[in-house]
Design a protein around this ligand. Sequence first.
Ligand code: 13P
Length: 251
Amino acid sequence: MRRKMVAGNWKMHGNLSENKQLLNAIVTSLDGLQGVEFLVCVPYLYLPSVQDTLQNTNIAWGAQNVSQYEKGPYTGEISASMLNDFECRYVIVGHSERRALFGEDSHTVAKKYQAAQRAGITPILCVGETLEQREAGTTEQVIEDQLAAVIKLTGVESLVSAIIAYEPVWAIGTGRTASPEQAQDTHSFIREGIEKQNANIANGLTILYGGSVKASNASELFDMPDIDGGLIGGASLVAVDFVAICRALHQ
Ligand code: 13P
């Protein structure tokens, strides 16, 4: 089913006391809001305390990455079953920062996506083009290739229990947002591409937009027919901003 979701990606920010303050404010402000899913994806180490704080609220928690391996001699890695120990229902895979800074290629991302699903965790698969790729006119090809790697490994049916996030790299943390029309164009390109393979899955697929979403531009993005919510970086660290974005989707 196509769901509406606002997900925060805290990236490598926060500490125990800041997190608590942030979450307490968000929990209070979003209490009772229904029909939209709220999620925070936090650094691994904070999962136990975030789980503790968010238990029995309408806000879910997840991770920002997962190992492609189930277990074994992989120093420093965290497996999907470990995430399950902390009741993570979601994990981000293939964020552009992981692709660009930590060398994750689309095949590795596909393995991570598969590892998450095998453990019953919903992957939020990030796709998106760089500025050079957009200017070279290859945006659609880049995204098609990123999606194809996952579909090749796990089949188009696997998208039933996944979420896609379109995050143009040039809009991440830059203050430069894709216009609602630019974002809509890419979202509908993604949905139509999947539709050719399976119309039911395409119709039910949740596609989030990420890249400098703020309280001031959230509504116009969320008004677009193929944008089902947002994956929020910087603004998810400021309670009033995150709450305003959540409310913009809720309306
Ligand atoms: P910003 O909202 O800070 O641009 O980050 C977007 C992002 O990367 C979310 O995953």
